[in-house]
Design a protein around this ligand. Structure first.
Ligand SMILES: CC(C)(COP(=O)(O)OP(=O)(O)OC[C@H]1O[C@@H](n2cnc3c(N)ncnc32)[C@H](O)[C@@H]1OP(=O)(O)O)[C@@H](O)C(=O)NCCC(=O)NCCS
Length: 158
């Protein structure tokens, strides 16, 4: 569960993923502050309190450093944040089980990494990755040697 590095100046073309996710009925958008409580509670319910805490951080300033995926009924299907635990970090991210395998996670990843590039970062760190193969395949992420447990060491056991 170490950290990974992503070259933001060498991201893949987002268009094919965005088009297929849109064709499947999903909308990727940056949420607004009136939606904060919905997103935080949903992440706590479907993922974890730690991730919900990071989403709170994403909503603590402007621009909100989070993207969400909505299904055809405008229900939450996934989320991806950046600049939450640490500046320059991507994550947390998750897609509800019933919506996985349709490109939603990759669309959220690419949208958030593009936002990080637009914010002036050259590299993103994917913190405490539990999906190295996925990130290697989608955005060419490479492991950062000796980064486990990295900056998360010594955290409070809940
Ligand atoms: C990782 C996650 C966000 C991907 O969402 P998704 O919408 O299913 O992603 P996509 O549809 O864009 O891509 C699916 C592909 O990623 C692969 N993948 C998903 N999770 C993976 C993992 N942990 N390790 C390796 N590959 C993984 C799938 O096997 C699939 O591969 P395929 O395209 O060859 O069939 C989702 O599986 C999830 O929420 N997982 C639980 C939370 C999590 O692990 N978050 C990341 C922590 S760093």
């Amino acid at each position: 569960m170490g950290d990974l590095l992503v070259k933001l100046y060498d991201l893949p073309d987002t268009q094919p993923t965005m088009a297929s996710v849109a064709a499947a009925g999903f909308v990727i958008k940056r949420p607004m502050s009136p939606e904060r409580r919905f997103v935080v509670d949903w992440v706590a319910e479907h993922f974890s309190q730690r991730w919900a805490s990071e989403v709170e951080m994403a909503f603590s300033g402007h621009p909100i450093t989070c993207f969400v995926a909505l299904d055809a009924e405008s229900r939450l299907a996934g989320f991806a944040c950046y600049d939450t635990s640490f500046r320059g970090f991507f994550g947390p991210t998750g897609v509800i089980e019933s919506s996985r395998g349709q490109g939603v996670g990759t669309a959220l990843l690419l949208r958030a990494l593009k936002a990080m590039e637009d914010a002036g970062y050259a590299y993103a760190v994917i913190g405490y990755s539990g999906a190295n193969e996925y990130y290697q395949k989608t955005v060419g992420a490479i492991p950062i040697e000796g980064s486990e447990p990295g900056p998360y060491r010594g955290w409070i056991q809940g």
